[in-house]
Design a protein around this ligand. Sequence first.
Ligand code: SF4
Length: 122
Amino acid sequence: MKNLICIECPIGCSLQAEKTGEQWDIKGNRCRKGEQFAINELTDPRRSVCSTVRTIYKEVPRLPVRTNGEVPLQAIFEVMEQINAVTLDHPVHIGEIIIENVSNTGINVVATSDLYCLLEAN
Ligand code: SF4
């Protein structure tokens, strides 16, 4: 039996998951989201990644970014390596793609702040 805490909402139900054959039996969830959360977490765990990238601008040396979807847990180290390798040499708007198809996940890394605005403000 596996024990997990559902993180889909602030209630944080304690879940117990047991596999019988190909079927997962999930207990402790107050709603169906918890069942799906447990199955995903045990079969294909994924996370969003939030970080920053370097820029060439002294006034704004780092720009916040995030993945525009969840990437497989085992890809996070490689995703972070690619994010850490970026040095932005031009302004970007919020939502602009900084890394396309990061680590071949089909997910993009996008800007979560507007570098044009940040440079203007400084
Ligand atoms: S199982 Fe439902 S109610 Fe419980 S934490 Fe998850 S989303 Fe919230």
